[in-house]
Design a protein around this ligand. Structure first.
Ligand code: FAD
Length: 352
């Protein structure tokens, strides 16, 4: 059986919910399909000590401010999961789960979304599947020869299982710095970054990042000089645990090693560090395999977008993956605006 709606939103994390909020305001008939059995998207999977890099009010989806979490200015991931669950209920968003979209095909005037629970037919599709589900590991020589444990950010839960071990954390972004700070007091830690660690000033948090991303996008859209965006400020938000570890002298990054060896890592000057575990905090890629049948990827593997709209098929929108789908669109506060614009574009398209 194929069910017909105006719009299928694929993914029920924050981006999918923000899309739902604005599709409802456009009076469109839509469904949100989410592969997770429970609400909260990627926030259900993060490590225990993760804290947002902005206060609650600056981590909110459209329509309803995130409530303050008692006892802390920077909420934890459980608080975000509770907020997203309550958000779904508050706006009675039609989320179906667990439903995994496998492929989106052109079907004449419509799009056909094939899932593990049957098919949906839609006049437009919003892809909001996030990046957490496609961890990226760099091609570093010797990875297969290392006898210890290797894991990615997505598998890290907390320091307990590494207590007393020699651990190498790779990555100079927020995940790398936060996980290094989490492990430093409990392990023999080596933190490795490709370029020297760049901490943002201590008084800068997610609010300033959002402003910088917005100013950057506006400058590019208006043909003005590139402001450098968020990257011009630094790579690491000095959230309180990171600041504490840095100030205690526990976060001293070494340059990237040349290769892994059986019992650790080796730098190109011949020095080595033995290791029981290597944690790759080396980022993510957008989870877009369900769009493959549409052939939207250009020669360099990138899907060209205008705002959130796929240039090669205006019925398809990509939401929440990063600055290329809207300034700061991969953040709670940043996804609201591109979601609003996507819903307005879709409403216009369907009226034609
Ligand atoms: P997700 O939360 O990943 O949701 C996507 C949903 O789609 C998931 O439920 C997934 O199961 C589902 N899905 C995937 N594929 C399919 C499919 N084929 N069919 C159906 N469903 C599918 N942002 C902030 O605003 N503040 C912060 O402090 C902050 N800290 C961060 C810290 C870390 C370590 C990371 C990694 C990110 C952080 N972010 C922060 C960024 C951002 O808010 C998250 O990455 C956010 O989870 C992205 O939301 P999303 O809805 O795009 O994707």
């Amino acid at each position: 059986m194929t069910r017909a709606v105006d719009v299928v939103v694929i993914g029920g994390g924050q981006a999918g919910l923000a899309a739902g909020y604005h599709l409802r305001r456009q009076n469109l008939d839509f469904v949100i399909l989410d592969a997770q059995p429970t609400p909260g998207g990627a926030w259900q999977r993060t490590w225990d000590s993760l804290r947002l890099f902005s206060p609650a009010a600056y981590s909110s989806l459209p329509g309803w401010l995130m409530p303050v979490q008692n006892g802390t200015e920077y909420p934890d991931a459980d608080h975000v999961v509770q907020y997203l669950s309550a958000y779904e209920e508050r706006y009675a968003l039609p989320v179906q789960r667990p439903v995994r979209a496998r492929a989106v095909h052109r079907d004449g005037e419509r799009l056909r979304v094939e899932t593990d629970r049957g098919a949906w037919s839609a006049r437009a599709v919003v892809s909001a599947t996030g990046t957490w589900w496609r961890p990226f590991l760099p091609a570093v020589p010797g990875r297969e020869t290392f006898a210890g444990r290797q894991l990615h950010t997505v598998q890290y839960r907390g320091p307990r299982e590494f207590a007393g071990q020699r651990v190498i954390v790779v990555g100079g972004g927020n995940s790398g710095a936060q996980i290094a700070a989490d492990l430093a007091p409990h392990t023999n830690l080596t933190w490795v970054t490709r370029r020297p660690a760049r901490f943002l000033a201590d008084d800068i948090d997610g609010r300033a990042l959002f402003d910088a991303a917005t100013a950057h996008r506006q400058a590019l859209d208006q043909g003005r000089a590139d402001t450098g965006g968020v990257a011009s400020l630094g790579d690491i938000v000095a959230v309180p645990p990171v600041r504490a570890a840095r100030d205690a002298g526990l976060l001293n990054a070494r340059p990237m090693f040349e290769r892994l060896v059986a019992d650790g890592v080796r730098w190109n000057d011949g020095t080595t560090a033995p290791a029981d575990a290597v944690i790759w905090c080396t980022g993510f890629r957008p989870a877009l395999s369900h769009l493959a049948p549409l052939g939207l990827r250009g020669p360099r593997g990138h899907i060209a977008t205008r705002g959130t709209q796929a240039v090669d098929d205006p019925r398809v929108h990509l939401l929440g993956y990063g600055d290329w789908t809207g300034p700061a669109s991969a953040t709670l506060i940043g996804v609201g605006r591109p979601a609003r614009e996507a819903a307005a574009d879709i409403a216009r398209l369907l009226l034609q």
